[in-house]
Design a protein around this ligand. Structure first.
Ligand SMILES: [Fe+2]
Ligand SMILES: [Fe+2]
Length: 296
C-alpha cells in the first residue's frame, strides 16, 4: 500500500480500485430502485424478493419475530410487505444485505461485533428521535433514519479492512481518541471515514440523502433541506449511541463531539440525556435480533 502524503481524491481513487470492495446482493439495488418509484406496489417488491429465496426467508423470519409483535403470523413475502410497509422491508433487506456484503471481511469477530452493535445502536437512536414529537419537523420517516444509522460508519469498516496500513497511521496518531476521529483522518489521509462511506454508498446507488448523511454525519456540512435533516439525525443518534453503549464512567467516556444546538432541534438537552439514553437502550434491546442478520 503506498504511503506518504495522499490527497483525499487519491484515497477515494484507491478505494475505488480495490477488487474486494463489498457489493450487496442484487436484490438490494433492485429493492432500492423500486422504492424510489412512487408507483411501486407491494406486488413489485414481493416479485423482486421472490427471486432471492435467502433474503425472502430472512425477511419472513424477521417479520414474524417479536420485534414487530404481529398478532397473526405472516406466511408470504407479499403479506409481509403489505403488513409491515415497504420502508420496513427496505430496512430488513438492507440489514440482510449488509450481512452478505461484509461476511467475507477479513476482520476479527470482536471488531465486527462491536461495529454492528454501534451501528444498530445508532439506528435505534434514530428511531427514538423519530418518536419524539419535536422531531416531526426534522425528519421524514423512522426507517430512513434507521438505514442511515446502520450505514453511517461503513467507511470505518472499509478503512480497517481494506487499508490497514493507512488505518494504523490514523490510530497511532497522537490525537487519536483525544479529538473527533474525523480531524485525525483528515490530517493523515485527506478524507474522513464519513466520506469513504458516502463514496461507497454512492457506488451502491443509494439515495442522495443517505449518501450525504453518511459523508457528513460528523461535520454536518450539507446544504439546508431534506439531506441536511437526515445528516442531523445521524449526527445526534451517533452521539446517543456512543453515550448509551459506553459502559465507562461518565467522566471517562470518549464520544464524538455533538452539536448541542442540533440536538435541541430534536428535544435532546444535557439535562434529558440520561432519559433519552435509557430509551435508546430499550430500543436497542428490542432490535438486537437485527444483529443476527448484520453479522451474516
Ligand atoms: Fe462516524
Ligand atoms: Fe458512529
Amino acid at each position: 500500500m503506498p504511503s506518504g502524503t495522499m490527497s483525499g481524491g487519491d484515497v477515494l481513487e484507491l478505494i475505488g480500485q480495490i477488487d474486494r470492495l463489498p457489493t450487496p446482493p442484487v436484490v438490494f439495488s433492485q429493492i432500492n430502485r423500486v422504492l424510489t418509484n412512487p408507483q411501486a406496489s407491494a406486488y413489485d417488491v414481493a416479485k423482486i424478493l421472490a427471486e432471492d429465496p435467502g433474503t425472502s426467508a430472512r425477511v419472513l423470519r424477521m417479520a414474524n419475530s417479536a420485534y414487530y409483535g404481529l398478532s397473526q403470523p405472516v406466511v408470504s413475502v407479499r403479506q409481509a410487505v403489505v403488513t409491515l410497509g415497504m420502508e420496513a422491508i427496505r430496512s430488513l433487506v438492507l440489514s440482510s444485505s449488509m450481512g452478505d456484503a461484509f461476511k467475507n471481511a477479513d476482520l476479527d469477530d470482536e471488531y465486527q461485533d462491536n461495529f454492528w452493535r454501534h451501528s444498530l445502536a445508532t439506528a435505534s437512536a434514530a428511531r427514538v428521535l423519530h418518536g419524539f414529537k419535536l422531531s416531526d419537523q426534522v425528519m421524514r420517516g423512522g426507517e430512513e433514519g434507521f438505514s442511515a444509522g446502520l450505514l453511517h460508519d461503513i467507511g470505518k469498516m472499509i478503512l480497517v479492512w481494506q487499508l490497514p496500513e493507512m488505518y494504523a497511521r490514523v490510530s497511532s496518531h497522537h490525537d487519536f481518541g483525544v479529538v473527533d476521529d474525523q480531524h485525525v483522518e483528515r490530517e493523515v489521509m485527506g478524507v474522513t471515514h464519513g466520506e469513504i462511506g458516502g463514496y461507497l454508498a454512492g457506488r451502491w446507488n443509494l439515495p442522495e440523502a443517505l449518501c450525504q448523511a453518511i459523508s457528513h454525519h460528523h461535520d454536518l456540512d450539507v446544504p439546508d433541506g431534506e439531506n441536511n435533516r437526515l445528516a442531523k439525525v445521524v449526527h445526534v443518534a451517533d452521539y446517543l449511541a456512543h453515550w448509551t453503549m459506553d459502559s465507562r464512567p461518565v467522566n471517562q467516556k470518549v464520544v464524538p463531539i455533538m452539536n448541542w444546538d442540533v440536538a435541541a432541534e430534536f428535544g435532546v438537552h444535557e439535562e434529558s440525556l440520561a432519559d433519552v439514553c435509557s430509551l435508546v437502550m430499550a430500543e436497542f434491546g428490542r432490535s438486537e435480533i437485527f444483529l443476527e442478520m448484520l453479522k451474516g
